[in-house]
Write a protein that binds this ligand. Structure first.
Ligand code: PMP
Ligand code: GLU
Length: 403
């Protein structure tokens, strides 16, 4: 017994999991830059500018007004009212404040949701490629991630047949992310309708991760699966947050909207774990939504320019194939041609090895596809300046000539 206790200080569950590669590479970029290295980062999944001034002012006012104490576990009521209005105005969804919970980032919304809905061994479907944290959050909540395979010719979007194939008697939920990180594609109304029909028929809950909602280009439009009909809405836990839209990654503010039973369960989990997100951040969130200026539109316009600049560079490198980005700030690049035809640089033929060498030799950070379950790909983020895109591609082009 004693021997068993001393074997390891951390649980098997944690031991068998991995660090977040997206976050650790973002940290690495910062450390190298602080040490004076000229690093270009196409890794970071966060806007490159600071939080708009009007939102920071909202937080300063909240501190001065004494909003520095515990508040409701589900989140400050005024913020839930503002989110309720946002969901009605932007998504055509009716969620009263009682059907909304505010969490410490969308990551925490997903984690709290899974803890509230899963019994040990319940399966959660995630389409591949998947965002790096989904598998680990599911495991931490006692669930089993089940990867649903998708096809390149469908731009890696899940089809109803692929969904049906992944369903078993143990399936409890699916995490559906649109706009999609890492591929930058977006599900259309027809695609969502077809999936929702299967999900309703099989009574499967949907965690709908809509964090990149605002980052859509070329007249594409984000549609929340919850808005399709009453049945699917009742099975959906809509997740969104402030990190991306308002450049508030460090404020840790996200939210979920769902039926009353699920919100009650999530509130119980949150009450015993994080209590609630910082009240100061929540007041900043109220300002962000209530005084929504044209800042967000300007940000999207700027990102579109960067997207087109990156696409132009990619088009000039015949060895690289990529999924056309309709949304988010990511481009998912197929590097299998390069891995299969290496010239000089001796390295394992994986995107992880490629990314490591690219950083070592060219000082450019990209996220290896392994993070998303796709070893022949890399993810490039265009949430960075046009100057960095120019310089980064000068380096990448040179590197590929030698690789
Ligand atoms: N979902 C996806 C798909 C993401 O890329 C991220 C990363 N920001 C999150 C959720 C979590 O975002 P946050 O916790 O910062 O709100
Ligand atoms: N979600 C972003 C990314 O995919 C930020 C880092 C993280 O939270 O994982 O890079």
């Amino acid at each position: 017994m004693m021997e068993n206790r001393m074997k390891s200080m951390i649980s098997d569950r944690v031991k068998n999991s991995k660090d977040s590669l997206t976050l650790s590479l973002a940290e690495k970029a910062k450390t190298l830059r602080d040490a004076g290295e000229s690093v270009i980062s196409f890794g970071t999944g966060e806007p490159d500018f600071t939080t708009p001034g009007y939102i920071c002012d909202g937080a300063k006012k909240a501190i001065d007004a004494g909003y520095t104490k515990y508040d409701a576990v589900a989140g400050v009521l005024a913020l839930r009212k503002a989110i309720s209005k946002k969901l009605r105005d932007d998504n055509g969804l009716d969620y009263p404040p009682e059907n909304i919970i505010v969490n410490s980032g969308a990551k925490s919304s997903i984690s709290v949701a899974l803890q509230a809905i899963l019994n040990p061994g319940d399966e959660v479907i995630i389409p591949r490629p998947y965002w790096v944290s989904y598998t680990e959050i599911i495991r931490f909540a006692g669930g089993v991630p089940v990867i649903a395979e998708t096809q390149k010719e469908d731009n890696f979007k899940l089809t109803p047949d692929e969904l049906i194939y992944a369903i078993t008697p143990k399936t409890k939920a699916i995490i559906l992310n649109t706009p999609v990180n890492p591929t930058g594609v977006i599900y259309t109304l027809d695609e969502l309708l077809a999936l929702s029909e299967v999900l309703v028929r099989n009574k499967i809950l949907v965690i709908s991760d809509e964090i990149y909602e605002e980052f859509v280009y070329d007249n594409h439009k984000h549609i929340s699966i919850a808005s399709l009909n009453r049945e699917i809405k009742n099975q959906t836990i809509l997740v969104n947050g402030f990190s991306k839209t308002y450049a508030m990654t460090g404020w840790r503010l996200g939210y979920a909207a769902a039926n009353a039973e699920i919100i009650m369960g999530m509130t119980r989990v949150q009450g015993h774990t994080i209590s609630h997100p910082s009240t100061i951040s929540q007041h900043a969130g109220i300002t962000a939504l209530e005084e929504k200026s044209n800042t967000v539109d300007n940000i999207i316009r700027m990102f579109d320019e960067r997207r087109l600049a990156m696409i132009e560079y990619l088009n000039k490198i015949p060895e690289l194939d990529y999924i056309y980005p309709e949304s988010t700030f990511y481009i998912f690049v197929d590097i299998s041609n390069i891995l299969n035809n290496r010239k000089n640089i001796i390295n394992p033929d994986t995107s992880f090895g490629f990314s490591e060498k690219l950083l070592e030799v060219a000082k450019v950070i990209v996220i290896p596809g392994e993070a998303f379950g796709m070893p022949n790909y890399i993810r490039l983020s265009f949430a960075t300046s046009l100057e960095d895109i120019d310089e980064g591609f000068r380096r990448i082009t040179q590197f590929i000539e030698r690789y």
